[in-house]
Design a protein around this ligand. Structure first.
Ligand code: URA
Length: 201
């Protein structure tokens, strides 16, 4: 069995967070090809994802699919995962302890997929890769570290709550193809990859 499928099976049995494990319907490890160029990382499964065991299959997922199609990509061509793999009851924010417990799963996914670009969707995902930054300041900007492009975007669900963000998110998505095309000539950031951190905003 491919290493990534084996890892997802392991994730599906995770019992590290007692409350999340007890209340989930399904674990949502992530999905997409092991050789994906781009990895999108959201926050946490919502109700629809918890029911189906698949990431971004609710209204935010529908918008994500539209965004992908604006750059001629299908969801089956990218890897989609979340910072935490189980739905927090009532869609509350993930706890720092849950993010910490789940982080090794995401790190192993990144190691296996080895994407050329990691797109963070929303504050929680951004905070894992851009230390101490504010999403309102860095959305639509990229940093290259160790030959991987890290790119911060607002969460697609933000557009569902705040109509004015819709165009911002659409515009940020449209920058992805040229960033990938110019990857070789992008300068490496001076700072080393950041550890899990708090965020502003
Ligand atoms: N929001 C997320 O952050 N992830 C999902 O999988 C669905 C909605």
């Amino acid at each position: 069995m491919p290493a990534l499928s084996e890892l997802c099976q392991e994730i599906a049995l995770c019992q590290k967070c007692e409350v999340l494990a007890k209340n989930r319907t399904r674990v949502v490890p992530g999905e997409g090809p092991e050789d994906a160029d781009i990895m999108f990382i959201g926050e946490a499964p919502g109700w629809h994802e918890d029911q189906q065991g698949r990431p971004f299959v609710g209204p935010a997922g529908l918008f994500l699919e539209q965004l992908l199609s604006s750059i001629n990509l299908k969801r089956s061509q990218v890897y989609i995962a979340n910072v935490i793999k189980c739905r927090p009851v009532g869609n509350r924010d993930p706890l720092p302890s849950e993010i910490g417990a789940c982080r090794p799963w995401l790190e192993r996914q990144i190691e296996l997929i080895h994407p050329r670009m990691i797109v963070t969707l929303g504050r929680y995902s951004m905070a894992m890769f851009f230390s101490g930054k504010s999403i309102s300041k860095i959305h639509g900007t990229a940093q290259k570290r160790d030959n991987v492009i890290y790119y911060a975007m607002y969460h697609p669900a933000a557009a569902l709550h705040q109509q004015s963000l819709r165009q911002v998110i659409q515009k940020d998505m449209l920058k992805i193809p040229s960033l990938l095309a110019q990857a070789g000539s992008l300068k490496e950031a001076e700072q080393p990859p950041q550890q899990l951190s708090m965020f502003e905003d």
